[in-house]
Structure formats: C-alpha cells, structure tokens
Design a protein around this ligand. Structure first.
Ligand code: ADP
Ligand code: F6P
Length: 474
C-alpha cells in the first residue's frame, strides 16, 4: 500500500472488473492480508495496469464494508462493497449459476432466479456510479467480463462524454442459447452502451452481431452495429500473457532447480503429465482423469513410469455445482490411485490448493505433457503459460478444440475432449513424442506468443477505443 492521489482525483483510464487483482484473505497467523486473485483476467490485466496510471474498480472478495481505496503493486484500487445477499444473488447466482454455465455451451444446467437478476442490476449500477465518479472528462473506461454486462449502458447514461469499452473474457454463446436468458434484452442493451465490445474468438463477435440484429433490429455493416441508441463496434481481441515475464521466470536458477526437485520428489518418472485449472466443470478435468485411468488400465501407459499432477485451484466453493464436481473428481482420483498406485508411489497427485507463479512455473518446466482439455473455455491462459515457459522448445501441449487458445496454438496436439478414445490416443501420442517432434510443434507456437503478448492485446483494444497512448499495432 501507500499514499495515493488526493481524494477527488479523476483518472484518464478506469478499469472495472468483478474482482480486484488481490483478494482480502487471512494468513495462517490469523492476520488480514491480500492475496493474488485467481483466474485469467487478473493474470492479463495486472501487468497492463502496472504500467499505466489508471484506477481499477472491483470487489475485494468478501461480503461487507469495502476497504478505503489503496495502492497495491503500483495499481490504484477502488474496492466496491457487496452485502452477503448481493454475493449470493449477483456473484454466485446470476453471474456464476446462470450466465457462466449458459455462456459455456450449457455444459452444466443454467439456473434462473428472478431475485438474482435484481441483485445483478443493482450491483452493476453501483459499479457504473463508481466509474462515473472516478473518470476524468473524456476518459477511457474499460469494463471487463460477464459480471458487469449492464455497466456500459448505465454508464453511458451517467457520463455520455466517456469512451466506453467492454471485453468479454469468456465465450459469447450462439443466438439460440443466449435467448434462454430472461435478461437477454437488458444484457444486449447494456453491452451496446459501449463504443467497442471485444471478444476472445471470432465466433463470439459473430454471435453478438447476429443477436443485436435478431433481438434489437440493429443494422450490421463493416464491423459496426447500428442500433437504437448509437453505434457500437464489435471485434476480436484474443487475450494473452506477459510472455517476457513468463520466459524470465523460466530461466531463473531457483525455479529451474525447483523443477528438478519436483521430478525427483515424484520418483523421477519418465513421463510427467500436468493439469492446472480452477476446479471448474468447464475445464474437462474428469474427462482427462478418466482417459488417463483407462490408459493405465489398458497398459498403454506404465504406472511405474508415468505420473500425473493435477492442480485444482479452489473456486466458487459455495456453489452446489462446484461441490459436486469436487466430489466426482476426488472419487475418480481415488479410484485411479486405488487401482494402480503402489506404496509411496501415487499415479495421480491431486492438489486442491493454490500455488504462486514461481511454483507453477516450476511445474510447467517439470512437465513433459501439459493437458489442457476444457469442454469450453474463452481462451485458457494456462496453455499459453506452458508454451512461454518452455524456452528450450521441449514439452508437449495437448489442447482442446473448444479452448479459445486453439485458434492460435495450432501446432498443439489438438483434441475433442468429449471423444474419450481420441483423448486417450492424443495423450498417449503426446507422451510418446520425441524431442524433435516436440520442438517442431513448440517453436511456431513460441514465436506466435512472442508476437502476440498481453501488451499487444491491450494496445489493440485501447487503440481501437481511441487511446492516444496506444497506437494500433500493425
Ligand atoms: P480461468 O480464467 O478460467 O481461471 P485461465 O487458464 O485463462 O482460466 O487462467 C488461469 C490463470 O490463473 C493462469 O494465469 C494461472 O497461472 C492462474 N493461477 C493458477 N493458479 C493460481 C492461483 N492459485 N492463484 C492465482 N492465480 C492462479
Ligand atoms: O474469465 C474467467 C474468470 O471468470 C474471471 O472473470 C474471474 O476473475 C476468474 O475466472 C476467477 O473466478 P472467480 O472470480 O469467480 O473466482
């Protein structure tokens, strides 16, 4: 923390996201502390905001009174208060039990509840009001993700002078799925309050434009949507990571030493297969475990030579869907270990824990095969982190066709995770690949990432939104 600008200071760039980059937490001694928030949004936005004198409006992760604005890691943070009922209705309900599953192809049944919609509306209004207060005249305001889809429309009414951008970090669904939403018109009108709406994948951009035409009779021409209250541009901006920072981590001697140590601690297996995900039903963790278990049972992978490490970062733990997923995953892990493990020799190391960037980088360095098998994912930054970490060009990335990252990391071992036989074959092939084959695939992916890092993503979006400090990249 530290002293920030005086009260009443207004910013030329204001970012809004449900979460701040840090969550209020309690350390093992019972002291209050701040901890990095999980997820791809924070990974991407954190380095961008560190390099700019903007403000970040978001929730501090706990119900009840919000702390005063403060500085953290060079970023000015403005916490937003949520009551316990609002955490229930806005965050856990409408955001994570209705919109999240629906936008991810309804891989889990979305739940609809009118009380949640009320909470979603009023919390969105609180965010919009906070931005209206903090933004300088003509400022850029950048709204993020599915929790805040009403904010652009609300903010447009409060402050018509602002340039308002919205970026969706998750997939945007096709017309027939979106139309299930009781709030569909409100959400479309909310999003169309933006000057620019950005998506991870061209599919999302197309779906959005079609919906504007279908629901609101908007006219489409040359990447812009003409609608009842103005003109909104819609475009694709695939998000990325701080590639240089990730590569830097990968070359640090303590992290390389830790990677060697991890392999030794796991009994120096010939093949280490790694999964790193929030424990979320979109991530295909069960499918991956089932495939691995069958490969061991079929004798196609040797339990004496193969180890899987699955990091499952705790997420949204109060929601039923997440609790039952956890039970299913933990049952599957025990079943595999029960059948194939030996004394002191697990087949699956399941870690329902949180790790810092350094330990994750060491895991990426230690892993021969990185299994990224979501049923649906906006992008998946873990896949990009793995590729960026492998500075010597070795390692095998198995990647679901249904991750946004598949549009860019085209040389990965691509798979449809719903096809169990294909998933087994692909994991087995990736595990058997020699170094020449690994490099042949890894090098083009690495050079793609060096070009398309998170700075370029932000500059492309902010440049199109009209930021004088972000010339549009060539
Ligand atoms: P999602 O946004 O759905 O969680 P992504 O794969 O896009 O999925 O992003 C996950 C991000 O979270 C990665 O950058 C990963 O390094 C990071 N991460 C993983 N574990 C933790 C953790 N314990 N705390 C904070 N961030 C984490
Ligand atoms: O886009 C993925 C995302 O939903 C982010 O918006 C979010 O910060 C992250 O995953 C983690 O989820 P949560 O904030 O619910 O813990």
């Amino acid at each position: 923390s530290g002293n920030g600008p005086p009260k009443g200071h207004r910013y030329d760039l204001v970012v809004l996201a449900n979460r701040l980059p840090v969550d209020q937490a309690t350390d093992p001694d019972g002291q209050a502390c701040w901890r990095r928030s999980p997820g791809g949004l924070v990974t991407a936005l954190h380095p961008i905001m560190q390099s700019r004198a903007g403000a970040w409006i978001g929730w501090h992760g706990r119900p009840g009174a919000a702390p005063k604005p403060f500085n953290h890691d060079g970023i000015r943070l403005h916490p937003i208060e949520l009551s316990a009922e609002e955490v229930d209705g806005y965050y856990e309900g409408q955001s994570n039990a209705t919109i999240w599953p629906l936008y991810h192809d309804a891989v889990e049944q979305p739940v609809f509840d009118r009380r949640w919609r009320q909470a979603y509306h009023s919390v969105n209004h609180r965010f919009a009001a906070a931005a209206a207060q903090l933004a300088a005249p003509g400022a850029l305001v950048w709204v993020h993700d599915y929790h805040l889809q009403l904010v652009p429309g609300m903010l447009r009414k409060l402050r018509p002078d602002l340039r308002i951008g919205f970026f969706l970090h998750i997939p945007f669904p096709p017309v027939e799925l979106f139309c299930q939403l009781p709030m569909r018109d409100d959400i479309m009108r909310g999003l169309l309050g933006s000057d620019l709406v950005g998506f991870q994948h061209p599919q999302g951009t197309t779906n959005f434009a079609r919906l504007a035409a279908h629901l609101l009779d908007a006219e489409l021409a040359d990447g812009v949507i003409k609608h009842e209250s103005g003109v909104t541009a819609a475009a694709t901006f695939p998000i990325s990571i701080d590639v240089a920072g990730q590569q830097q981590l990968a070359t640090e001697p303590p992290i390389r030493a830790r990677a060697d140590e991890i392999r030794r601690e796991l009994g120096s297996p010939r093949t280490l297969i790694l999964g790193v995900d929030r424990l979320d039903y979109t991530k295909g963790i069960e499918h991956r475990l089932t495939a691995y278990g069958e490969l061991l049972a079929d004798g196609r992978l040797d339990p004496a030579q193969t180890v899987m490490v699955q990091v499952a970062v705790p997420s949204r733990q109060r929601l039923d869907q997440y609790q039952s997923l956890r039970e299913r995953v933990e049952t599957t892990v025990s079943r595999i270990n029960g059948r194939h493990a030996g004394i002191g020799k697990l087949c699956v190391h399941y870690l329902h824990q949180s790790y810092d960037r350094e330990e994750l980088a060491a895991l990426y360095l230690a892993a021969d095969v990185m299994a990224v098998t979501p049923l649906r994912d906006g992008m998946n930054l873990v896949a990009k982190e793995y590729v960026a970490t492998r500075t010597d060009g070795t390692g095998a990335l198995v990647l679901s066709e249904f991750a946004g990252a598949a549009a860019e990391l085209r040389q990965a071992w691509m798979v449809n995770p719903h096809n169990l036989e294909a998933l087994k074959d692909t994991l087995a092939e990736a595990a058997a690949a020699d170094v020449a084959e690994q490099r042949r695939r890894m090098e083009p992916m690495r050079s793609h990432l060096r070009r398309y890092d998170v700075n370029r993503w932000a500059a492309a979006f902010l440049g199109q939104l009209g930021d004088p400090a972000s010339p549009e990249p060539s």
